[in-house]
Ligand binder design. Structure first.
Ligand code: BTN
Length: 276
């Protein structure tokens, strides 16, 4: 089903109200328990507190806006009203080293929902950026809690620029971001988008748990902007340049260096090099 402007369902475009999200939600766990806040510091922080108190897998936190939205690499995630800010508690029984795969799984699910919503072809930029026409529309921040080799829980945080006017963002970001509303020229139903996202996250999560990372990797690769591109990666205070080959069976980025060696990058910030 399309969830774009012509299919708008709600009279409350500013927030994704739990009752509206739950109407027609057929998931087993994701979104069954919703903790809603009109404004909060960060849904990832709230979800972590709930997880520490024993909240079930699939419990979600949603905020209309965030005062300290967390982005990757300690950045602030701009979180004005009208956009989606949600965090999902997951409790997969996997080694902590496999946890970063959840980011790629969620990137595929989010990109699929965006594609259906606005009939666009979003691309993913490793590991967690979702772009439309080269501009960032959504980001994912996965945080985990472990004790030694045991993973207790994962907080999967997803932010999508939906209806907040772009003028609410700092000027320096305007050349690099977009929103679903801007791309369609109208409002997108926030509750309906959120419901579709929970459905799709659960579908890909189940697939990942049942069949492993291979299908997710294939789908991620099809959506991926980077293969064949010359890039610079900043990772653990080190800058590495090379050409992206793809991602491996664990979700790490494979970078072909000028000396012919292939380096495996497990975390980092990727910039596409224009002049090389
Ligand atoms: C990024 O691209 O840097 C990741 C952005 C993740 C933002 C989302 S919004 C909901 C959740 N709560 C947070 O504080 N951050 C994530």
């Amino acid at each position: 089903m399309k969830v774009g402007a012509r299919h708008k369902l709600t009279a409350s475009p500013e927030t994704a109200i739990p009752g509206e999200i739950k109407q027609g939600l057929t998931t087993r766990s994701v979104g069954k328990q919703i903790h809603f806040f009109a404004r909060i510091d960060s849904t990832n922080i709230a979800a972590r507190k709930l997880a520490e108190l024993g909240a079930k897998e699939g419990t979600v936190v949603i905020a209309g806006s965030q005062s300290k939205g967390k982005g990757r690499m300690g950045r602030l995630w701009q979180s004005p009203p009208g956009n989606l800010h949600t965090s999902i508690i997951l409790r997969p029984q996997i080694p902590p080293t496999s946890a970063p795969q959840v980011t790629l799984m969620a990137a595929v699910a989010t990109a699929k929902v965006i594609a259906r919503t606005i009939e666009a072809n979003p691309e993913v930029k490793w590991p967690n950026d979702i772009l439309i026409h080269g501009k960032k529309v959504a980001g994912i921040l996965t945080e985990m809690d472990c004790q030694g080799n045991t993973l207790n829980f994962i907080i999967l945080g997803i932010g999508v620029n939906i209806n907040a006017p772009l003028k609410f963002f700092p000027r320096e970001l305007l050349s690099s971001i977009t929103s679903l509303g801007y791309e369609t020229g109208g409002d997108v139903s926030l509750p309906q988008f959120t419901r579709c996202l929970y459905q799709e996250i659960e579908r890909y999560y189940d697939l990942w748990m049942a069949k492993g990372f291979r299908r997710i990797r294939n789908e991620y690769t099809k959506l991926s902007l980077l293969p064949g591109k010359p890039v610079q990666i900043s990772s653990f205070k080190k800058i590495t340049s090379g050409e992206v080959q793809g991602i491996d069976e664990e979700g790490a980025l494979l970078l072909l260096l000028s000396n012919g060696r292939v380096e495996r990058i497990v975390a980092g910030d990727v910039t596409i090099r224009l002049n090389h």
